[in-house]
Write a protein that binds this ligand. Sequence first.
Ligand SMILES: Cc1cc2nc3c(=O)[nH]c(=O)nc-3n(C[C@H](O)[C@H](O)[C@H](O)COP(=O)(O)O)c2cc1C
Length: 325
Amino acid sequence: MKKLETTYMGLNLKNPVIVSSSGLTSNVDSIKKLEDNLASAVVLKSLFEEQILHEAGALSVQSDYPEADDYLRAYVTSNNVENYLELIAKAKASVSIPVIASINCVSASNWVDFAAKIQQAGASALEVNVFVLPTDSKKTAEDYEQVYYTLAEKLKNVITIPVAFKLGDHFTNPVRVVEQLWFRNVKGVVLFNRFFAPDIDINKMKVVSAEVFSNPADLRDTLRWVALTSNKVQNIDISASTGVHNSEAAIKLLLAGAKTVQTCSALYRNGHAHLKVIVEGIEQWMSQKGYKSVDEFRGIMGYGKVGDPAVYERSQFMKYYSSHE
Ligand SMILES: Cc1cc2nc3c(=O)[nH]c(=O)nc-3n(C[C@H](O)[C@H](O)[C@H](O)COP(=O)(O)O)c2cc1C
């Protein structure tokens, strides 16, 4: 398996397949099982800013005293934080693969102190899962993007472990956002997060959760933007996420220029052992093609490397329709 070795944000990995942030990475037993099934690193379940504030808010309803509210809020916050730091330390002590912590934030200020604690607890790197839902018509796209940039600048001053930003696919110009993050010392980007989305149950007349898990067809946007971004922002490490359900998908993303891939829904659907199938599938393909290292084929099918770069730029179906009448 030596030929699968790679690096991600300066971390040495035994292969390019990382388990993404989810319930699968929220406890040490599961993380150990993932390591046994060839995970090269894990991104821990995110600690959510929203979750902490919400839990503290729910508890405080029971109290009539503002001082008690403050106390409860501080207690809940620090308890969540303590549990998370303990998870980092325990995971680090139990496995030999890198353990990447994850924070979810919706603002550029609240989490910076906590990032220092994550580093102290021994996290190998930090993935920042930041998403500011743009709902204010008075704000420009730049206003929203600035939150990401300010956060990156603040983190740069607080921690020395590598930082990755896990982004959504809603930006007008994702390549520019990634480049701006690189200028602010962000070493990696995860393209893309797959967010919780609402759906409507027309029988029960209720707003419900849309399908939580991805399916293999969701790879399409990931593939396009990995190919484009890896060509245009060459120094940042890209970890491809969303739609990686098998080794074929992982290979495509590496060919498009990803440094690593992340997977999660496929493991929920097929069990931890499916990870091994994905990793071994990459190795078998490399043997068939005669590749001795991942670097030998990484990016060779990226934007600018294939004869016609327009294949990654084309977005309308004109040709497709004309041949499917
Ligand atoms: C049950 C579940 C929980 C998740 N929790 C988190 C989380 O805490 N933080 C995060 O950044 N992403 C979270 N995700 C998103 C995944 O990390 C991943 O980016 C997304 O599912 C797309 O990858 P996939 O196609 O391999 O599932 C979660 C996904 C699922 C299905």
